[in-house]
Design a binder for this molecule. Structure first.
Ligand code: SF4
Length: 414
């Protein structure tokens, strides 16, 4: 999304009209920005390309260009299989793509983006690539080694976003906590956070994708100290059984993870921890699944998402035998999520009667949908508000929780 927004920013600056997912279908060129890290994402990307190619065949489009991770990873095959695409670009070829539009790459526009999110929140990418070697992961193959943006670049981009009306920034990178090691020879996320937190008008800063091994605990001190850094941490754990963590090459053990979570909660009481897990990695036994379920029961993480394992060529896990069928993987994912569903329900019930500051995201079917500082966009809980009085989208209000469900809350403005 951020890459599409950067492309949109460059094209707009060159006088070209750009619309994200134009509903009016009055456009003549389409750029498909693809994902390619797991089978479901690849399938979605290929289907989207085929739909656009079909529109071109029917004379509704002049050109179809494809960019992004799928194109980076499989360009040679795709060139043969879908020759109707006018040009393919890799993840680092933005200037080359702009040439197709007779547009110049404007270096001075780095950080200028045509936002595709509602104007009160935006994602902010602080680094690209990853130096980790997780055995299941194809991302470093497509995105290369970790390259941090400088603190000055990130701050300039954040200030620009705030000027455009953004109140909440979600920091992203393939591996957030590695930030700075390449350019400053130290983990610089705590410093970056302090600078970001000083930006006037930036109400919420949210941290996504923190790798757990060698997690820099000083981040938490800044989080505790600064009101505009959400007490929220998205830390993908992938699994908990030592067998699996070792096979996944996660550089951390079960006991280190449990100590880390206890340490995080100790430093920032009430912090919301989100994680993502993988079900059905090669060799995952019933004991490993039970272990993971027990861990969730014991640890009571606030938010959990789960992927089924995808067997990706050129990763080290590809050499292992993909032991489970997709149905078995799905069944395991569901079994694990059922445990979490109950935990999430219980955690949400405890919130009834509490008052939270929420950010109103949208109005849908006559009700307002908002989020607390403990909820990120799309992946977490929503707070549903019924209000006869109109509420401004993108504003903060205080809401008292009146009802709680598995994954959502309901409340009234006070
Ligand atoms: S840290 Fe994340 S992006 Fe990097 S290799 Fe591991 S799973 Fe992939």
């Amino acid at each position: 999304m951020v890459d599409s927004e950067a492309l949109g920013g460059q094209l707009s600056a060159n006088g070209i009209d750009v619309i994200h997912e134009n509903k009016k279908t009055d456009h003549n060129i389409v750029v498909v920005n693809t994902c390619g890290f797991i089978d479901k994402a690849k399938e979605e990307s290929v289907n989207t390309i085929l739909q656009q190619v079909e529109l071109k065949r029917r004379g509704k489009l002049d050109k179809v260009y494809v960019t992004g991770c799928l194109s980076e990873r499989y360009r040679e095959n795709l060139l043969q299989e879908i020759p109707e695409v006018d040009a393919w670009f890799g993840t680092m070829e933005l200037p080359l793509m702009l040439k197709q539009f007779d547009a110049d790459y404007k270096a001075e526009l780095v950080g200028e983006r045509l936002l595709s999110t509602p104007k009160h929140y935006a994602y902010l990418k602080i680094a690209e690539g990853c130096n980790r070697t997780c055995s299941f992961c194809a991302i470093p193959l497509m995105r290369g080694n970790h390259v941090s943006k400088t603190i000055e670049e990130v701050i300039a981009e954040a200030k620009r976003l705030v000027k455009m009306g953004v109140k909440e920034i979600m920091l992203i990178a393939q591996e957030l906590t590695y930030y700075g090691l390449d350019i400053y020879k130290k983990r610089a996320l705590p410093d970056l956070l302090k600078h970001l937190s000083d930006i006037e008008g930036l109400h919420w800063i949210r941290l996504h994708y923190a790798y757990p091994s060698k997690f820099p605990m000083e981040i938490l001190d800044v989080m505790k100290e600064r009101d505009n850094i959400c007490n929220y941490l998205d830390m993908p754990l992938q699994h908990i059984s030592d067998n699996m963590l070792k096979a996944m090459k996660r550089q951390i053990t079960r006991s280190e993870i449990t100590d880390l979570i206890a340490g995080i909660r100790d430093r920032v009481p009430g912090i919301c921890i989100r994680t993502t897990l993988i079900a059905g990695f090669p060799g995952e036994t019933r004991d490993d699944v039970e272990d993971l379920k027990q861990f969730l029961t014991d640890t009571r993480l606030d938010r959990v998402g789960i992927f089924t394992y995808s067997h990706e060529e050129n990763t080290t896990a590809y050499e292992l035998e993909d032991t489970l069928t997709s149905e078995e993987k799905e069944a395991r994912a569901q079994e694990i999520m059922e445990v979490q569903q109950e935990i999430s329900y219980e955690i949400n019930q405890e919130k009834i009667g509490n008052t939270y500051k929420v950010l109103i995201d949208k109005k849908e079917a006559g009700r307002y949908l908002a989020r607390t500082e403990f909820d990120s966009v799309e992946v977490d809980n929503e707070v549903v508000i019924h209000s006869k009085k109109p509420l401004p989208i993108g504003d903060f209000v205080n809401v008292k929780i009146t009802k709680a469900f598995d994954y959502d809350l309901e409340g009234e403005v006070i």
